[in-house]
Write a protein that binds this ligand. Structure first.
Ligand code: SOE
Length: 399
């Protein structure tokens, strides 16, 4: 019996992953599964994972399904069998690795935020634009764009279902560092993370606000706060696990715990944002509401399979928010998954990210979000920081 061509006979895409903590895990899961869920034109091969610690990287390779492991990302980038480099390190190394990978002719997927500084993000966007002329592609990992309900929200706004967008209301609420004895992990250190809740969580909601509305922020007024100024110095962990805690020495928290800001968009909307790690009881409440002249929509990641839509053209007596359970095969990304009603989770957003990227690489098409879209988010982050430093003074987003 002859088998019909399967994924086994497809052209391989050699992938290298740099970093193996929380994001390394989510990305690995995506590389393992995307081509088994979706019919992709290339078959990703998980060739090598790279990290600083030999023991940690070896263990991660076997646990996460990578063929080989390495400790020097420069050697990894130089390998002929690596076509794509997936960067899941803290922000302080994104620029260096991405620039080297693009120069070496490797496609790049880089975790968000694109960089720690605006200058780095500018360099990365310029390098990606130049690489694209050589057929080398780059994308930044704003995975929430791949939540089916949010992809549907974007479609509804683009279709004009909501009319003219007047308000964008975005929140990203977590509470994992409410305990003052939670250790000083890398996400709380400016030299490694660039910023705190702002870059980690605010970057997502800025990107989503711009993605769903199709508009760009032009200026902001912002304030930030660091509630707990010192924390126990402890062994580094993935950044979220409350490891350590035995150390009596405390070190300075050099990033924001929370950022609150409002802005205006180039489409005439007013937008408000709240990003915090101090919303006690909120675990991953990434919420977005858009109000337009003809209707509204509302999303909360803690119920990620649902989108609530209000049709303002319905007579008042019958009007109300309608809950769409986003699990139908006609909904974005759902055709590859389970029968209607069974629902998806956080990890599937990364699977969708890989599926989209592999299709774009195969078609030699610019993947989204591009590095220039990552730069657009970085420009807003930079404006927020500058505004907060100037007592919330209105601050234009730099072009
Ligand atoms: C930690 O706050 C974190 O893992 C972010 O870094 C991710 O981007 C977000 O998806 C979940 O929370």
């Amino acid at each position: 019996m002859t088998d019909t061509p399967t994924a086994d006979t497809k052209r391989p895409l050699g992938v290298a992953l740099i970093g193996y903590a929380f994001m390394g895990g989510t990305h690995s899961q995506a590389w393992r599964t995307a081509h088994r869920v979706f019919d992709l034109p290339l078959e990703p091969e998980m060739r090598v994972i790279c990290g600083r610690s030999p023991e940690g990287t070896r263990e991660a390779a076997s646990r996460l399904g990578w063929r080989e492991w390495a400790t020097d990302w420069r050697e990894v980038i130089a390998r002929d069998d690596v076509d794509l480099v997936d960067i899941c390190t803290p922000g302080d190394s994104h620029a260096e690795i991405a620039l080297a990978a693009l120069a070496a002719g490797k496609h790049v997927l880089c975790e968000k935020p694109l960089a720690n500084t605006l200058d780095e993000a500018r360099d990365m966007a310029a390098a990606a634009a130049e690489a694209a002329t050589r057929g080398v592609l780059a994308s930044v990992g704003f995975n929430y764009r791949r939540v089916p309900a949010l992809a549907l929200a974007q479609r509804l706004v683009a279709d004009g279902t909501l009319g003219d967008v007047r308000h964008i209301r975005a929140q990203y609420l977590q509470d994992w560092i409410v305990d003052p004895d939670f250790p000083l992990v890398w996400r709380l250190q400016k030299d490694k993370a660039g910023s705190g809740a702002l870059g980690d969580l605010g970057a997502h909601i800025i990107d989503l606000a711009q993605f769903v509305s199709g508009q760009r922020l032009t200026g902001v007024s912002a304030t930030t706060e660091t509630f707990i100024k010192e924390r126990p110095v402890a062994a580094q962990s993935s950044g979220l696990a409350a490891s350590g805690g035995e150390a009596s020495e405390r070190g300075e928290v050099t990033v924001d715990d929370a950022a609150v800001f409002f802005g205006r968009t180039d489409g005439g909307a007013l937008a408000t944002f709240e990003a915090t790690r101090f919303a006690t009881g909120r675990k991953n409440a990434m919420r977005l509401e858009v109000n337009g002249s003809a209707g509204s929509l509302y999303f909360d990641f803690e119920s990620m399979n649902e989108l609530h839509v209000y049709d303002g053209t319905v007579p008042a007596a019958q009007a109300g928010f309608r809950r769409i359970y986003v699990t139908e095969p006609d909904h974005p990304y759902l055709d590859g998954w389970w029968p209607p009603g069974h629902g998806l989770g956080y990890e599937h957003t990364f699977t969708h990210q890989v599926a989209d990227l592999v299709r774009d690489v195969a078609a030699r098409r610019q993947p989204t979000p591009s590095f220039s879209e990552g730069l657009a988010v970085q420009q807003v982050l930079d404006a927020v920081t500058r505004s907060a430093e100037k007592s919330s003074c209105w601050t234009e987003v730099a072009g």
